[in-house]
Design a protein around this ligand. Sequence first.
Ligand code: FAD
Ligand code: 2HG
Ligand code: ZN
Length: 475
Amino acid sequence: MQSTPAANIVALESLAASFSGRLLTDPADTAPFLTDWMGKWRGKALAVAQPDTTEDAAIIVRWCAAHQVPIVTQGGNTGMVGGGIPDADGRALLLSTRRMRRVRAVDPINNTLTVDAGVTLLEVQQAASAAGRLFPLSLSAEGSCTIGGNLATNAGGVQVLRYGNARELCLGLEVVTADGKVWDGLRGLRKDNTGYDLRDLFIGSEGTLGVITAATLKMVPQPAARMTAMAAVESPHAALRLLALAQQRLSATLTGFELMNDFCMSLAVKHFPACRKPLDTPAPWHVLLESSDPTSEEHARDSFERLMEEAMEQGLLLDAAVAASMAQSESLWHIRHCVGEAQTREGDSIKHDISVPISAIGDFIVATNAALEQASPGIRMVVFGHLGDGNLHYNVAPAEGGSGPAFRALQPLFNGIVYAAITRVNGSISAEHGIGQLKRDKLALYKSPVELELMMRLKTAFDPDNLMNPGRVLP
Ligand code: FAD
Ligand code: 2HG
Ligand code: ZN
């Protein structure tokens, strides 16, 4: 373990002078920033700096560059791969964007809004809504995660099949570079072919290339009506047939198509009293599907109910509950949004956030479930996620009461089985959560040497001293 050079601790006083009350060093104040919400990673930091503005952030980065102090940027600290938690050696400075909370501009004609990086996703959605528009990125952590974190991880969520990932919803960025310069790329343009796309390099770079301080985001029209249903299905194969039918009948109005196995439903109901099973019919799998219709409530209900009837006639559904009101729709979504945290309340969960060609998902689940159960009898599979995007959260939980080091020691075994199956279908080991520290060493195994070499060269070009979130994403 490397120690923090005493000179850096002394020099910190110069930074403290300009960041009075916003440079935290007391362990009681820094503790919440130094562990993740699942309690999987614990780090230490020289200090936690809380800039209010881009210029503040640039001062901090310049100070880090001058003193060769690594810098870990953190937004809402809701990430799943340990990317925002510093190492345990205490050398890094943690830059929290949580005080950077200004909505800078809203332009309903250009359908854009520009916000500071620390604005939460929910606040971005609310700012768009106040302008009569929709910002369609949506995920269970939206009340806490920040737009900077969403862009740094290229977050996905529950409406990707219609509106795309965070990347597709971002037109411009403002970034503090590793040497402390400010790049103002806050352009609200749909077309801009002027050389290499720096914006797209910073998106998904998980704090390893620069600090995102603001973003110009796309807004879209608000739908006139939404229809939501929870459908009980026999198998992932049946869910895929339902997806194909829904896409055919609803085309672009299909905005959500989420799958969960029965164990996920039971976990949500067990750990969150507000979650109630919406259907009495026992079923091994459920699909939560939603349409967002631009025309009218009547049109939305009519086409949605026709779809559900047709699916029933074709034998794709065991049962279904169609929400009759916004409140019912919210309670169906509440079940889905509780699954992530319900796993943590239940105990250990070895997570795989995987991307698979949609057509391969049914066979993938059957074969890989069998391989995992053979390797470790009694495990409980937590299978859920964004089926419409080919993205599964394919997590493994121990038998009831089996959490602990012995179960966690099985991680390499489970990872090996799942990632080998992914490779066979040309899938990806990270669909939406990123690489962080969890999958850093796996990246070298699953990317081609050419891809890795280009990524390393980019990292060196952007951050020659390797100070921006070192040891995350790339070794
Ligand atoms: P943090 O956790 O603070 O940071 C994440 C990474 O981004 C770190 O590497 C950090 O260094 C970097 N970073 C943060 N801010 C900046 C910045 N301003 N500039 C540069 N780098 C930065 N993700 C999905 O994609 N889809 C989901 O459906 C989804 N559901 C979730 C549900 C729950 C209950 C939870 C807890 C998480 C979920 N996530 C999901 C994980 C997801 O990655 C985050 O919620 C979100 O995108 C991270 O934002 P954050 O502000 O919390 O970032
Ligand atoms: C979700 O879709 C998140 O709810 C969490 O991406 C996934 O807990 C997980 O594995
Ligand atoms: Zn997800």
